[in-house]
Design a protein around this ligand. Structure first.
Ligand code: CUA
Length: 347
């Protein structure tokens, strides 16, 4: 039993827990603020089941309270009351009511599950995106357009996006809470498919939702829903010839140190994240948010410098060689590359 003294000790803990849980409510990372039809149908199911649960709770507790008061032992009464069991009517009532509730829950749930199974793989109007999970970043390939990018998934608003998901290493899970449910990327080679759309333009945060290593918590990405015209423009500028650092010496350093794993435009190897138009990205390494005002992150140049000076401190266990220790880059070269990448923006 909790005494008042014990309760007093619990109070600060409860308050702290409340604060921590309040931190989970990041606006663009919430299933409770659905921004697309797939997320809305899940949210509707949640509302339906919670409504039923609240109704059952209220009715059962009211009956329990009524029975407690009405049939409590009266003063002076000593004999054992009449014992009743096996009331046929009651037994039927409490068997049939839960059955009806299960049916009410099951019908829309099964409908939503089948609707979610429409992966739009054969839909000529859908935009096809091949997603590959890597420790700890996401690769997006627009197969119909010959465009590859990383971390920022740019999509046209309102269009169905047909995803095809794989992993390059371990099990990850692709999740944009405000747009859709989760889907795994399986190491056994199976390809998973699903689809969602974002009717409103905006930026939505995505997460890896399966423990995949020390930097699992930092395996974020963004979904940028833009107008059809902006999407076409983005595709065109992604396909434009690669921009390299203006200074020939820096360009050579960039080529020999960075383009061994990364690509810009048609140059380099896309083993690591593609860097085309890096200056237009929402974040660096998926987790250092770019914000010129500094209110919700830092300016992109600062973020690139933070990353390049010590990638391990930002994302422990990542596979990028340390630019200084492993690749032998000088501070001046690192700053030069950071400035070049920050300035490499798309139209
Ligand atoms: Cu990838 Cu967690």
């Amino acid at each position: 039993m909790i005494t008042w003294q014990g309760g007093k000790r619990l109070l600060p803990m409860t308050a702290a827990l409340g604060l921590i849980l309040a931190g989970c409510g990041r606006e663009d990372l919430s299933v409770l603020r659905p921004q697309g039809p797939a997320a809305e149908s899940s949210f509707d199911l949640m509302k339906l089941s919670i409504t039923i649960m609240i109704a059952v709770l209220l009715i059962v507790f009211s009956i329990a309270a009524y029975v407690l008061v009405k049939f409590r032992r009266k003063p002076g009464r000593r004999e054992i009351p009449v014992q009743v069991e096996g009331n046929f009517k009651l037994e039927v009532v409490w068997t049939v009511i839960p059955l009806i509730l299960v049916v009410i829950l099951a019908v829309p749930t099964v409908k939503a599950v089948f609707a979610a199974g429409n992966d739009h793989a054969d839909d000529p109007d859908a935009v096809k995106v091949k997603v590959t999970g890597h420790q700890y970043w996401w690769e997006f390939e627009y197969t119909d357009y010959g465009v590859k990018t990383a971390q920022d998934l740019v999509i046209p608003a309102g269009k169905d996006i047909a995803f095809e998901l794989r992993t390059a290493d371990v099990l990850h899970s692709f999740w944009v809470p405000s747009l859709s449910g989760k889907i795994d990327t399986n190491p056994d080679g199976t390809v998973n498919r699903f689809s969602f759309s974002a009717p409103n333009e905006g930026v939505y945060r995505g997460k890896c939702a399966e423990l995949c290593g020390p930097s699992h918590g930092f395996m974020e990405f963004k979904v940028k829903s833009v107008s059809e015209a902006e999407f076409e423009q983005w595709l065109a500028s992604m396909k434009a010839p690669a921009v390299l650092p203006e200074d020939p010496q820096l360009a050579e350093t960039f080529r020999s140190a960075c383009l061994r794993c990364h690509a810009v435009g048609d140059q380099g190897l896309a083993v690591g994240p593609d860097l085309t138009g890096f200056g237009s990205r929402e974040s660096v390494a998926g987790i250092l948010l770019n914000d010129d005002t500094g209110a919700d992150g830092a300016p992109i140049l600062e973020n690139i410098q933070t990353w390049l000076r010590d990638p391990e401190s930002v994302k422990p266990g990542n596979t990028m060689p340390d630019p200084k220790a492993d690749l032998g880059l000088t501070d001046a070269e690192i700053d030069g590359i950071a400035e070049y990448l920050a300035g490499y923006t798309l139209e």
